[in-house]
Write a protein that binds this ligand. Structure first.
Ligand code: SF4
Length: 184
């Protein structure tokens, strides 16, 4: 039987959701026997998101042009996309700047790189290297359709396992009840 092509993606998040994924401990060994990890910031150095991915966990909100482009690409190339953690599901912490209004990129850069600079205040300017901030931070489903929502900040390892196990058997996980869909 072909192994499931499995990926994880890190957008605008703190990587805490990926750290929780590593808390799967011995289940990671089972998982390694059942899936081919074809893209992930954890344990791989793969640069290109491949075609034909079966399952992908997407951590983080969409805060810049790079996040936006990658989100569109992974949607095109993935069968089952899981919005992984509160930042992906609601935009959560990265979206705190949205409280400043609809045009937040410039004030955020002004504060970080000019007002708070100890020396040499200037905006980062490296086209193609430093991605442009979007004016508002978006939850992933506002940009691309999502198949499964797994909230949590971060989702517990038990919740991650309970979501992945049915998918590995070709079934749809039941995202109901406090254990599966409580935020925070
Ligand atoms: S949901 Fe929480 S743990 Fe996950 S990336 Fe966001 S802040 Fe970090």
């Amino acid at each position: 039987m072909d192994k499931i092509k499995f990926a994880t993606v890190w957008l605008a998040g703190c990587s805490g959701c990926h750290m929780s994924f590593l808390d799967l401990d011995e289940f990671l060994i089972d998982l390694a026997g059942l899936v081919d990890v074809v893209f992930s910031p954890v344990g791989t150095d793969l640069k290109e998101y491949p075609e034909g991915v079966d399952v992908c966990l997407v951590e983080g909100a969409i805060a810049n042009e790079e996040n936006l482009e990658l989100a569109l690409e992974i949607r095109r190339k993935t069968k089952t996309l899981i919005s992984f953690g509160d930042c992906a599901v609601t935009a959560n912490v990265p979206a705190m700047r949205n409280m400043m209004g609809n045009k937040t990129a410039e004030p955020v850069l002004e504060r970080g790189y000019i007002e708070l600079a100890d020396e040499n205040p200037h905006f980062p300017n490296a086209p193609g290297i430093v991605p442009e901030l979007l004016d508002r931070v978006l939850p992933v489903h506002e940009v691309i359709p999502i198949d499964i929502f797994m909230p949590g900040c971060p989702p517990s390892a038990d919740r991650i396992r309970a979501t992945l196990e049915p998918l590995l058997q070709g079934k749809t996980p039941e995202m109901v009840g406090r254990e599966m869909i409580k935020f925070g």
